[in-house]
Design a protein. Structure first.
Lengths: 332, 151
């Protein structure tokens, strides 16, 4: 089924990235690449949600400062987060006064916003678009699970929502920067998983489906890429995803990575690893972006996965529908 | 892949809950909490004018107070991650459920936030606790009436 495939002939570029993160995230192996880290989960503000909005706004301003721009120069702002009705992104948009589209694809928003930015640029309607995704541990935990201080034993399959925001400035093709060349819009895949403390398992089939569709649709193979990185499957989900991909006859041993597995190193205090819309966006916009700028990676495939559940849907015993969007970046 | 096949694969690959280890840590944690409670009870009967029966009220209050402090300082969740049910079942777990919800919702104000959400987690414990106590009392009352057991 060759639907949902996108090719960007004009090769829009990621001209700059801005990444902010919370205090716990300072122990991430990617922390040296973060633009700004806060010593306080709320960035010294009154509520978690205000702290969340600050995280996003700072990431936007940092990305803009790197391309010598101010909010007035930006055509579109495409942001998403996981808080109800995405208020942190909305407040950021209110402060920046950039024409704004809020996007929700759960943790896959990092890629869905990049795809939208690339489309607007490809259409010749944008000279600079800010695209990004974010999450803040406390405000997401309280919404989807329990109060932060509530003592409940998390199973080994549980994931830890990161406090981080990653924003990219997408412009028409710019030599010396990674270019967005192809993308695949995911289908919602639901294989009947119901456990919100094992979201990696729910998301893995969506990632495998999008990978397969991207490879088949664009006529590429796994070995064409320096790295194929999923967003936040974490240990359990990543194992399942690799198993599914191997069952389809592909080799996953050389260039497969997962941001959720790597985000907190291998610290078992975070159970299976990281999750959250900020997880994939920060790793993509730090580690992957800088390795492309340095020339270590020439061609990468980024697949961000999102679990499209709500606290209401799982309390009503619904399954967890999941999505994965893929975007391909190349460096000349 | 169909749902059944995937469910089998998921079961195979997802790490199993370490039941034996969890039972052991729950036993140690719950036991330690109860031992502390016993010590406090002993303290009240030794140094104050309490009997074994009447000392339970101040003991429970003290345990709730300690758990409240531990919750506020971010320590109870660590104990609970280690101890599981051993930390959840004693009165300290109940305290943690109430206090954590109160802390969490302070940002929405005292009435709609703290007041409205404090028993969000503990509410069902209270409801079903009171209801099952009522049922047990009913059964015992009937049994006493028919002379099967005595108070």
């Amino acid at each position: 089924m060759k639907k949902g495939l996108l090719t960007f002939a004009s090769r829009p570029s990621i001209a700059a990235t801005g990444v902010t993160a919370g205090p716990l995230e300072q122990q991430s192996p990617f922390a040296p690449l973060f633009d700004k880290v806060y010593d306080d989960e709320r960035s010294g503000l009154l509520t978690n949600e205000k702290g969340h909005a600050k995280l996003v706004e700072d990431a936007c301003m940092i990305a803009l400062s790197k391309v010598d721009s101010k909010p007035g120069d930006v055509d579109f702002l495409l942001l998403g987060d996981l808080v109800n009705q995405m208020t942190p992104s909305n407040f950021t948009a209110a402060n920046l006064e950039i024409p704004y589209l809020g996007l929700f694809a759960a943790c896959a928003t990092s890629v869905s916003s990049l795809i939208m930015a690339a489309l607007l640029t490809e259409a010749g309607m944008s000279q600079c678009t800010l695209a990004g995704a974010s999450s803040q541990h406390n405000s997401i935990e309280r919404q989807f699970r329990y109060p932060v201080e509530y003592g409940s034993q998390k199973p080994d399959t549980a994931q830890w929502t990161v406090t981080a925001a990653g924003v990219a400035a997408v412009t028409p093709n710019k030599a010396g920067n990674p270019a967005i060349t192809k993308a695949t819009i995911g289908r919602v895949v639901d294989l009947g998983m119901t456990e919100p403390l094992n979201m990696g398992a729910a998301m893995a089939p969506a990632a495998a489906d999008t990978l397969q569709r991207h490879l088949d649709g664009h006529g590429t193979k796994i070995t064409d890429y320096d790295v194929i990185m999923t967003g936040d499957l974490a240990k359990t989900g990543f194992e399942l995803y690799k198993t599914l991909v191997e069952k389809a006859g592909m080799d996953t041993t050389t260039n497969f990575r997962d941001a959720g597995v790597e985000f907190y190193g291998n610290d078992s205090n975070f159970q299976a690893g990281a999750s959250g819309a900020g997880c994939s966006s920060t790793v993509y916009f730090t580690d992957i972006y800088s390795k492309m700028m340095e020339g270590e990676y020439k061609r990468v495939l980024l697949i961000a996965t999102g679990a499209l559940l709500s606290p209401l849907s799982y309390q009503q015993k619904e399954t967890i529908p999941c999505i994965a969007h893929a975007i391909e970046l190349t460096m000349k | 892949m169909d749902e059944k096949k995937y469910a089998t694969l998921e079961k195979k690959i997802s790490p199993k809950p370490q039941i034996a280890r969890n039972m052991f840590t729950a036993f140690v944690t719950g036991g330690t909490i109860c031992l502390i409670g016993q010590g406090i009870s002993l303290f009240y009967t030794t140094f104050f004018d309490f009997t074994e029966r009447t000392s339970s009220n101040p003991t429970v209050a003290t345990m709730i107070f300690i758990a409240m402090l531990l919750t506020g300082f971010g320590q109870y969740k660590k104990i609970a991650q280690f101890g599981g049910a051993g930390a959840a079942v004693p009165i300290t777990g109940f305290s943690n459920a109430v206090v954590s919800a109160a802390i969490e919702h302070k940002s929405e104000g005292y009435v709609l936030g703290v007041g409205g959400n404090m028993f969000k987690l503990a509410g069902s414990v209270i409801l079903f606790g009171v209801f099952s106590a009522f049922l047990v009392a009913l059964v015992k009352t009937i049994l006493v009436k028919f002379g099967v057991v005595s108070w």
